[in-house]
Design a protein. Structure first.
Length: 732
C-alpha cells in the first residue's frame, strides 16, 4: 500500500537533521510556500512549476524546524505513482524518518477502515476491496437476479450510475419515483449494496464514504484523527469531489493547518465527480488563507507556454496567474491538416521517425487523443511504420487472467465471504462446476444466509448437487480450508503455498493458448512483486499486499524509460511530461467534445474541454504537434469535420502552417480566382453533392490531398468536404 514504508512511528519519529538545504534552488514563491507553518495555505501551482518539490520540502521543513513530529503530518495526492514519488522525495530529504502518512485518499481511507470499520457493525477488518471489474461482475449477477435484461442495463453502465450517485449523494439511497430507468436503478442499487455487505466487501467509492460515515456519526473517532494530524496537505486539490472535500474538512478541523496545492486550469475530472468549486472557493471555506502563486514553469519552451496560456485565458472559471519561463522560445507549434484519421496517423508516424532521426528517443514521445476510438488508426499506422508503441490504460499486468485468478484465490483466503472471488476461481483449474451446480449452491447459500464457500464445505448443501460438480465443489472447499493459515502469513509465503497446492500444471495446461511462456513469466513477476512487497513492508502481510494491488490505478501503468511511443487519452496524460507531444483530433465535436459544443461560450463543459487541451499542451517540453482531419470515421460512418475552435484561440504566429479562421469576405478576396488546387471551383459557385444535394461554396482552403471546400446546403447547414472525395458538380 502506498503509505507503507512511512508507516508506524519509530525511534526517529521526533525528527531529524536536514540532509540538504531545504531552500537551495527554490525561487521566491516556492520558498514562501515551504516556510509557511500555521493556518490555511493555498498554493496555486501552474503546470511544470515544481509543486511536488514544494510540498515535499515543506514537509521536511516542518519536521526539521521542530514544528511537527512526523506522525502529525498527513499528505494526500491522487495517484499511487504521485504518492510513491512524493514519499521517495521525502525519504531522501529526511533519511530514516518514519511516521508520516503519504498516500492517496483511497489508501488513507482503507488504512483507517482496517482499524475502525467494525464500529459500523456490518463489516469486518478483513473486508475485500472490489475494483471496477469485480463490481461489474457482481452487478451482472445482481441485475439478472432482479429479472432485468443485462443487455439493456449493462453492468458497466449501471456501475457508472452507482459511482456517480455515491460521489454526489453519499449514503442517500435512490428512490423509484420516476420512469423505468429510475426504478431499475433503485432496485439494483439496493440489491447491490446488500450483496456487498453480505460479501464483506467495499468498492472504491465505499472506501471514502464509510470513513465519512464514521467521522459524521462518531465524533470521538473523528477528533482522534483530526487532533493527531496537526498538518494536512492535499495535492491536486482541483480534482477533489464533494466527499473528499468533506473528509478534508474533518481531518483539518482540529488544528486548522490545511495546505492545498492545485490549479483550477487543470481541473479535468468533472465527469467522475471532481468539483472545481472546491479550489475556487477555498478562501470562503477556510477563512483567510495565505495564497502563494507558483508561476515559473520549468518544463516547457517559451512558444509552448505562450500558446497554452493564450488558450486558457479564454476560460472564466479560473484564478489568474502569469506563467513564465526562463527557457528559450524553441520550435513553433506544428499544425498538421490531414485528410482522414488514417492520413493523420500516417503523418504522425512519419513525424516520429523524423524526430527520432534528429536524436529524440521514442520513450520521450507521446500521442494524446480525446476518445479511445481514435486509438485504432494510430496503432495500425504505427505498426505499419514499424514504430514501437505502448498503450497506457490498456490491458495492464493485474488485469491479465492468470494474475486475476491468483489474486482471486488470495482474496478468498483473506475474506471467505467474498462470493465474487469464489465464482471467479471455483473452476481454476476446471473442476466440473457448471452454471446449474453453481446456481443450486447459490440458492442454498442464500436461503441460509451463508457464503458460497461455507455452502461448498457443507455436506448438506452438496446432497442437492449431482455429478462432477459435487466432487469439484468439495475439492475446492478442501483446498481453501488447507490454505486458511495463509491469512496470517507474509504475501510471498501465502502465494508460494497457494501455487504449491492448486494443481498449477493442470491450470497452466488449461490456459495454454500459445502464450504459456508469457503466462508463466507473469506468475513469476507476481512472485517477485510479493517478495519485494514483504521486504519493504514487513508488517503488511497478505492483507496489505492485496490492498496495495486493489488500489493500483490505470495511470500507474505508465512505465517511464521504455523505448516506445506512449499512446494515451488526454485524461490519462495528467501528471506526465515528454520532450515531444502529439495531440490528435483537434476537431469540433471531438475536442471540444460534442457534449459540450451545444453550450453557450463560457459553459462549464466547454471550459473543461479547453482545460483538457491545456493539460495536454503543457505536458510537452520541447516539441508540440497538433493535428486534425477533414474527415473521420466513427461508429462506421465517415463524416466531414471542422477544425476545433480552440485553434483560433492560439496566436497564429506561434503555429507553423496555420491559417487563422477568416470572415467570408476575406476568403473571397483570397480565393476568388480559380486555383489548380480546386480545379474549376470558385467561392460562390453553386454545386451539387451526391448526398447533401445542392449548395453554395463559402470557402476553399488547404492544398494537395487536404484541399477542401466549406459548402452551405439549405437542408443540412455548412459541411466541410475534402475535394478528392466530395465529387462536387458545378451547377450553371
Amino acid at each position: 500500500m502506498e503509505f507503507q514504508g512511512m508507516g508506524g512511528a519509530s525511534a526517529q519519529d521526533s525528527g531529524a537533521a536536514p540532509a540538504v538545504d531545504l531552500l537551495a534552488g527554490l525561487n521566491e514563491a516556492q520558498s514562501e510556500a515551504v516556510l509557511h507553518v500555521e493556518g490555511p495555505l493555498l498554493i496555486l501551482a501552474g503546470p511544470g512549476s515544481g509543486k511536488t518539490r514544494v510540498v515535499t520540502h515543506r514537509i521536511a521543513n516542518l519536521v526539521t524546524s521542530g514544528q511537527a513530529r512526523p506522525h502529525e503530518i498527513l499528505a494526500i495526492t491522487f495517484t499511487n505513482k504521485a504518492a510513491k514519488e512524493m514519499r521517495e522525495r521525502v525519504e531522501r530529504l529526511l533519511p530514516g524518518v518514519r511516521g508520516m502518512w503519504v498516500s492517496t485518499f483511497h489508501a488513507m481511507c482503507a488504512r483507517i477502515l482496517r482499524q475502525e470499520i467494525e464500529c459500523l457493525g456490518d463489516w469486518t477488518r478483513d473486508f475485500s476491496i472490489y475494483d471496477t471489474s469485480d463490481r461489474n461482475q457482481l452487478l451482472k449477477t445482481v441485475i439478472k437476479a432482479c429479472n432485468y435484461d443485462v443487455t439493456q442495463y449493462r453492468p458497466a453502465m449501471v456501475g457508472s450510475w452507482i459511482s456517480e450517485w455515491k460521489n454526489t449523494r453519499g449514503k442517500e439511497r435512490p428512490q423509484a419515483d420516476g420512469g423505468m430507468e429510475e426504478e431499475v436503478f433503485a432496485v439494483v442499487y439496493a440489491r447491490y449494496q446488500d450483496t456487498m455487505r453480505t460479501n464483506n466487501a467495499l468498492d472504491f467509492d465505499d472506501l471514502l464514504l464509510k470513513v465519512l460515515e464514521i467521522f459524521d456519526s462518531k465524533p470521538g473517532l473523528r477528533d482522534a484523527y483530526a487532533s493527531r494530524f496537526r498538518f494536512v496537505m492535499v495535492d491536486e486539490y482541483q480534482d477533489t469531489n464533494r466527499v473528499q472535500y468533506q473528509l478534508t474538512k474533518h481531518l483539518s478541523s482540529f488544528h486548522g493547518n490545511l495546505a492545498v496545492c492545485g490549479d483550477p486550469d487543470q481541473s479535468i475530472y468533472a465527469w467522475r465527480g471532481a468539483d472545481i468549486r472546491n479550489i475556487l472557493d477555498f478562501e470562503q471555506d477556510f477563512g483567510s488563507p495565505k495564497i502563494v502563486k507558483l508561476e515559473m514553469n520549468y518544463r516547457s519552451s517559451g512558444h509552448i507556454l505562450k500558446a497554452a496560456d493564450a488558450l486558457i485565458r479564454n476560460n472564466s472559471q479560473r484564478k489568474g496567474k502569469e506563467l513564465k519561463t526562463d527557457k528559450e522560445d524553441g520550435a513553433l507549434l506544428n499544425l498538421m491538416e490531414c485528410g482522414d484519421e488514417n492520413d493523420e496517423a500516417r503523418e504522425i508516424a512519419r513525424q516520429i521517425k523524423g524526430l527520432r532521426a534528429e536524436g529524440y528517443s521514442l520513450s520521450g514521445m507521446a500521442i494524446f487523443y480525446r476518445a479511445n476510438f481514435m486509438q485504432r488508426a494510430l496503432e495500425s499506422q504505427l505498426s505499419l511504420a514499424k514504430v514501437p508503441y505502448s498503450v497506457v490504460g490498456g490491458v495492464e499486468f493485474y488485469a491479465r487472467r492468470e494474475i486475476r485468478d491468483l489474486i482471486g484465490h488470495l482474496k478468498l483466503i483473506m475474506n471467505p465471504a467474498d462470493d465474487i472471488a469464489f465464482r471467479r476461481i471455483v473452476n481454476v483449474p476446471k473442476r466440473g462446476v457448471g452454471d446449474k451446480g453453481l446456481e443450486t449452491l447459490s440458492m442454498w447459500a442464500a436461503d441460509r444466509r451463508v457464503s458460497l464457500l461455507q455452502a461448498a464445505a457443507s455436506e448438506e448443501a452438496l446432497l442437492s448437487i449431482r455429478g462432477r460438480a459435487k466432487k469439484g465443489l468439495a475439492s475446492f472447499a478442501g483446498l481453501m480450508e488447507s490454505l486458511e493459515s495463509c491469512k496470517e502469513k507474509a504475501a510471498s509465503a501465502a502465494l508460494e503455498e497457494l501455487l504449491l497446492n492448486m494443481e498449477f500444471e493442470a491450470w497452466m495446461a488449461q490456459l495454454d493458448d500459445g502464450n504459456r511462456e508469457d503466462r508463466e513469466a507473469n506468475v513469476e513477476e507476481l512472485r517477485t512483486h510479493a517478495k519485494e512487497y514483504d521486504r519493504l513492508n514487513p508488517e503488511g502481510m497478505l492483507r496489505g499486499f492485496l490492498e496495495d494491488i486493489s488500489l493500483v490505478s490505470e495511470v500507474d501503468g505508465h512505465e517511464e524509460g521504455v523505448e516506445s511511443v506512449s499512446l494515451m487519452t488526454l485524461h490519462a496524460a495528467k501528471g506526465l511530461e515528454f520532450p515531444v507531444v502529439f495531440v490528435a483530433g483537434l476537431e469540433e465535436e471531438l475536442l471540444p467534445h460534442a457534449r459540450s459544443v451545444g453550450e453557450a461560450d463560457g459553459g462549464e463543459g466547454l471550459e473543461e474541454e479547453r482545460r483538457l487541451l491545456y493539460v495536454g499542451m503543457t505536458r510537452a517540453q520541447e516539441r508540440l504537434c497538433l493535428s486534425f482531419a477533414a474527415y473521420r470515421m466513427h461508429f462506421g460512418q465517415t463524416s466531414a469535420r471542422m477544425p476545433s475552435r480552440f485553434l483560433n484561440e492560439i496566436p497564429a504566429e506561434l503555429i507553423e502552417g496555420f491559417e487563422p479562421d477568416q470572415d467570408a469576405e476575406d476568403v473571397l478576396g483570397v480565393y476568388e480566382a480559380p486555383s489548380s488546387e480546386y480545379g474549376n471551383l470558385r467561392v460562390g459557385d453553386r454545386v451539387r453533392h451526391d448526398h447533401f444535394g445542392n449548395g453554395s461554396i463559402e470557402r476553399l482552403l488547404g492544398s494537395g490531398i487536404n484541399a477542401r471546400a466549406t459548402v452551405h446546403f439549405p437542408r443540412h447547414g455548412n459541411k466541410e468536404l475534402l475535394l478528392q472525395y466530395a465529387n462536387l458538380e458545378v451547377l450553371s
